[in-house]
Design a protein around this ligand. Structure first.
Ligand code: GTP
Ligand code: ZN
Length: 205
């Protein structure tokens, strides 16, 4: 079984520990008490278990590797850009544990053998890294680096556009502010014309 199916043997890559439902529930209950709530009132009785399950889902990428995702390649002989735009993306800011969300655009130029992967695998790769405590810059780079190491393309380009709820619902309170990050590798780094062409396709509305 693939570890990305979140089976009982799934363990976090960083710590080697599996998801601990009981511990997560206890932590949520404790948090409710800390903010002055009564976790035993009827509306909150099931909340710790529910939130723990939600966290397991939101952080599923802690238990998944690119090998689980980029496991299908086709020998298409395609030598030009492959680009999937506007992949919906929900991640979690590691500073405040609230969502940042938006879209990711993922492109690559296949290697000399022209091997390509399934289009859905690019979206799975975005999910894998988004479903971890993250910062947007690292999320963007990790997607590009995984593409380079697993597909050996001539180049990879990733652009993420997101709104950070930690900047919208609290703190500086600027809803609508959008952050764009890019990561370019290989040909897109060395050849400014290729980079400009891809960025034009990616950012064209
Ligand atoms: N570069 C970067 N910064 C982020 C990201 N997500 C959140 N941040 C920022 O992380 C910073 C954390 O700053 P701190 O001063 O430690 O925390 P804070 O007091 O809650 O900061 P404010 O949000 O300004 O109230 C904030 O400026 C956030 O906007 C991200 O993905 N990338
Ligand atoms: Zn934040």
């Amino acid at each position: 079984m693939s570890v990305n199916q979140l089976g009982s043997e799934s363990v976090a890559l960083a710590t080697g520990r599996p998801f601990d439902q009981a511990r997560a529930e206890a932590a949520v209950r404790e948090l409710l008490i800390a903010v002055g709530e009564d976790p035993d009132r009827p509306g909150l009785l099931d909340t710790p278990a529910r939130v723990a399950r939600a966290y397991r889902e939101v952080f599923a990428g802690l238990y998944t590797t690119p090998d689980d995702v980029l496991n299908t390649t086709f020998d298409e002989g395609h030598q030009e850009l492959v680009l999937v735009r506007d992949i919906p993306m929900y991640s979690t800011c590691e500073h405040h544990l609230v969502s940042f969300h938006g879209v990711a655009h993922v492109g690559y130029i296949p290697g000399t053998e022209g091997r390509v992967t399934g289009l859905s695998k690019l979206a799975r790769l975005v999910d894998l890294y988004a479903k971890r405590p993250q910062v947007q810059e690292r999320l963007t780079s990790q997607i590009a680096d995984a593409l380079m190491s697993k597909l050996a393309p001539r180049g990879a380009i990733v652009v993420v556009e997101a709104e950070h709820l930690c900047m919208a619902m609290r703190g500086i309170r600027k809803p609508g502010a959008s952050t764009t990050t890019s990561a370019v590798r290989g040909l897109f780094q060395s050849n400014s014309a290729s980079r400009a062409e891809a960025l034009d396709l990616i950012l064209r509305k």
